[in-house]
Design a binder for this molecule. Structure first.
Ligand SMILES: CC(C)(COP(=O)(O)OP(=O)(O)OC[C@H]1O[C@@H](n2cnc3c(N)ncnc32)[C@H](O)[C@@H]1OP(=O)(O)O)[C@@H](O)C(=O)NCCC(=O)NCCS
Length: 219
């Protein structure tokens, strides 16, 4: 019997996460939790069960949860909230069957690896990360928690990316690079040198554009 889970979030990103969970066939989604949608509304075939308070009352009826919110900082805040409501609730990860996870690689709890993504040998993907379709993170890399890789972004091996950083669509990060926490690497950038924390950088080669604050909108 598959494990019963709830998905927190009911927007466009949640649909992509639901699709990955359905294709993985490891979990049964009992419904969605959302703070902005009415109970009973159907989203992508699933009922909105309630908001975060639903968890406090019904945690014993489910085996796990996943937060399906695209913005890294907001996802982090929701994970923190759910942990405070229900500390023992396990977060599940979702891996599309067409993703390739090499030997020795590890995917953290709450993380989503979408269709065609490739994770190289001995690479550590942290908790609550998102690898969108056709992302490639090469060998021996360390990706901290709440990092996102937009579609077709790629990194070479031995890369380190700090928590809450976002690598935008089609960006390329060469091998051995360190990107600090809370950075945004803009669409189609080519990162050839290290990026300091709290930086927006883009272009080829990627250049410092400005600093950014924790939680600043980037989508
Ligand atoms: C980094 C990002 C957020 C834009 O940052 P920003 O500095 O706020 O950019 P703005 O929109 O204010 O644009 C400022 C200038 O930089 C340019 N610019 C913006 N992003 C750029 C990029 N990635 N590469 C080159 N130039 C860029 C704009 O054209 C604009 O130029 P102008 O002043 O000559 O008109 C955006 O490039 C990005 O990557 N967004 C995420 C996209 C993504 O991954 N989506 C998929 C999610 S699943």
């Amino acid at each position: 019997m598959t494990k019963k889970i709830v998905v927190f979030g009911a927007g466009g990103h949640a649909k992509t996460v639901i699709d990955v969970i359905e294709k993985g066939k490891l979990y049964t989604i009992v419904g969605l939790l959302d703070n902005n949608k009415p109970v009973g509304q159907i989203v992508y075939g699933y009922n909105i069960l309630g908001d975060d308070h639903w968890l406090a009352e019904h945690a014993s009826s489910i085996d796990g949860a996943i937060v399906a919110i695209g913005d890294n900082w907001i996802r982090g805040s929701v994970v923190k909230l759910l942990r405070s409501i229900q500390p023992s609730l396990p977060f599940i990860s979702a891996i599309h069957p067409s993703a390739q996870i090499a030997r020795g690689a590890n995917i953290g709890v709450g993380s989503v690896v979408m269709a065609g993504a490739v994770v190289g040998s001995d690479t550590e993907i942290g908790d609550h990360c998102i690898l969108y379709p056709n992302v490639s993170v090469d060998h021996d890399s360390t990706i901290d928690n709440f990092v996102s890789f937009a579609p077709r972004s790629v990194t070479g091996g031995n890369v380190h990316i700090g928590s809450f950083s976002a690598i935008a669509i089609s960006a390329t990060v060469i091998h051995g690079i360190t990107i600090g926490e809370h950075c945004v690497i803009g669409a189609s950038a080519t990162v050839l040198s290290n990026i300091a924390p709290y930086t927006v950088a883009y272009g080829t080669p990627a250049r410092f554009i400005r600093t950014r604050k924790q939680g600043e909108c980037y989508l």
